[in-house]
Design a protein around this ligand. Structure first.
Ligand SMILES: [Zn+2]
Length: 132
């Protein structure tokens, strides 16, 4: 285990932030999943008049599902970050093992990469530098 550069107080603060975020996400997720059940039953009961209308419904359903997936992924990121706090690995870049900047963690407590690795990753993924 590496010697943490974050103080206990900073870690506690970030941990609280992550727990709050996680709870919020779980609540959103639950609400979304509830909505989805209602929407699905509405789709079952209502008559779909033509193909165009059906396509719209399917499209909405799809974006709804990807929203749910996104939320579920964010919950996983929170859990991962909380585990890292427990194991003392929190705050270190997954890629280059360097410190993740504190102000970056404050802004995005689930960050697992330092700014330069994140930029490189996005460059690799999108074939261009991230616009910030
Ligand atoms: Zn890095």
């Amino acid at each position: 285990m590496k010697a943490g550069y974050l103080s206990k107080t900073q870690l506690q603060g970030l941990k609280r932030e992550l727990e709050t975020l996680q709870q919020q996400l779980l609540k959103d997720l639950e609400a979304e999943q509830g909505d989805q059940k209602i929407e699905l039953s509405l789709v079952d009961c209502s008559e779909v008049h033509d193909r165009g209308e059906e396509a719209v419904t399917v499209g909405q359903q799809f974006s709804h599902l990807s929203h749910i997936n996104r939320l579920a992924e964010e919950v996983r990121e929170c859990q991962h970050a909380l585990q890292r706090i427990e194991s003392g690995d929190y705050g270190w870049c997954d890629s280059c093992d360097d410190e993740i900047e504190l102000n970056r963690l404050m802004a995005n407590p689930v960050a697992v990469l330092c700014v330069s690795c994140q930029t490189r990753e996005e460059f690799a993924r999108h074939g261009q530098a991230a616009s910030f």
